[in-house]
Write a protein that binds this ligand. Structure first.
Ligand code: DAH
Length: 350
């Protein structure tokens, strides 16, 4: 076979092989087969030792031409195949921008905090101050000066966490802040304060109890204050938090630091007082305790109970927030669960 015939044979073979090549992998192999170090085109110029210079030149020229031709054929197919593969990939990776995106959860204001701020704003607008007290409290303030001397049976109702010193405890209520406020403000009557804060009791945690919870305490000391003033104030709170249609009522109760003492109920906003699960069929929901400040408490703090009168109240903040935002488990407030925020967002959107 002379050189021309060899070249023709290679071209023919390449043409038929290229017809069958439909992916870049096969094409790469083809490239090696023809143009590689031991490829068919390269082979043509191997072993030319017994040829004349003229012949070498001629073969070199022909094989160079062939090399170019083969290169052109392979490159053009390579481009074709690359384009096709790219199109295929783009089609398979196509993004439908009309699809709804994945939801990204973002945090938000803590609902309990929000409720407390709402209460604070309301009471500030009525001339109250917002005060704080320590969570590790003296027995003296948490109980004794609140008319709960040692051994008083009502102490049992608040299962208290004591510290290593039995005069120090985790406050079981925010009521000791009443005492602190009165002791500090003797010359500054009338007194109007609310105190939102954490409280602690040795409760087992369940859907409605937590060993740590939040109260919003209120105290007003002035002259000629009666239960009617408390009722008026409670009306305002109930309507502000739960809507203008809310009715309120007092039920007789007992707290050592108030006389008379009451439970504060609001009319059920869930069923319009027809009776439902939330109000346990009664049409009323209890949201806190209150009463007229006991004369012993005034006297204990150095206020002449013949001159000064007052009312006090304590709301359960989680309870208010649960009612307001339809939350059924008190533990939700402390678990950083975004579903709580969702419940809140839904409610706000209404
Ligand atoms: N401290 C009471 C409790 O924890 C709630 C309470 C009742 C607070 C009557 C008051 C009050 O200030 O006057 O159950």
């Amino acid at each position: 076979m002379n050189i021309e015939e060899k070249i023709e044979k290679i071209k023919k073979e390449l043409k038929s092989e290229i017809q069958l090549t439909n992916n870049t992998n096969d094409l790469a192999n083809l490239k090696v087969k023809y143009l590689g170090k031991k490829g068919l085109v390269t082979e043509l110029t191997r072993d030319m030792s017994n040829l004349s210079i003229e012949e070498k030149k001629e073969i070199g020229r022909l094989s160079n031409e062939l090399k170019k031709e083969v290169n052109t054929i392979i490159s053009s197919l390579e481009e074709d195949l690359n384009n096709k593969e790219l199109e295929k990939r783009l089609a398979s990776e196509k993004i439908d921008i009309t699809l709804p995106s994945t939801k990204i959860n973002i945090g938000g204001e803590n609902i309990l905090e929000k409720l407390i701020e709402e209460m604070e704003a309301l009471f500030l607008s009525m001339g109250y101050d917002v005060v704080e007290g320590p969570e590790v409290e003296k027995d003296l303030y948490n109980f004794e000066l609140l008319n709960l001397p040692k051994g008083h049976p009502a102490r049992d109702a608040q299962d208290t966490f004591y510290t290593f010193e039995d005069t120090l405890l985790l406050r079981s209520q925010t009521s000791p802040v009443q005492i602190r406020t009165m002791l500090e403000n003797k010359e500054k009557t009338p007194i109007r304060v609310i105190c939102p804060g954490k409280t602690y009791r040795r409760d087992d945690d369940d859907a409605t109890h937590s060993h740590q919870f939040t109260q919003v305490e209120g105290l007003l000391v002035d002259k000629n204050i009666s239960l009617a003033d408390l009722k008026g104030t409670f009306d305002i709170v109930a309507r502000k938090l739960f809507g203008n249609d809310r009715q309120t009522r007092f039920r007789p109760s007992y707290y050592p630091f108030t006389e008379p003492s009451v439970e504060m109920d609001i009319s059920c906003f869930n069923c319009g007082q027809k009776g439902c699960n939330l109000c346990k069929g009664t049409g009323w929901i209890t949201v806190g305790g209150a009463g007229v400040v006991h004369h012993n408490v005034l006297d204990n703090c150095g206020y002449d109970s013949n001159i000064w009168t007052g009312f006090a109240f304590g709301f359960g903040a989680e309870r208010l927030a649960m009612l307001k935002y339809g939350i059924t488990d008190i533990r939700t407030f402390y678990t950083n669960d975004l579903r709580l925020k969702d419940a809140f967002d839904r409610r706000e959107a209404e």
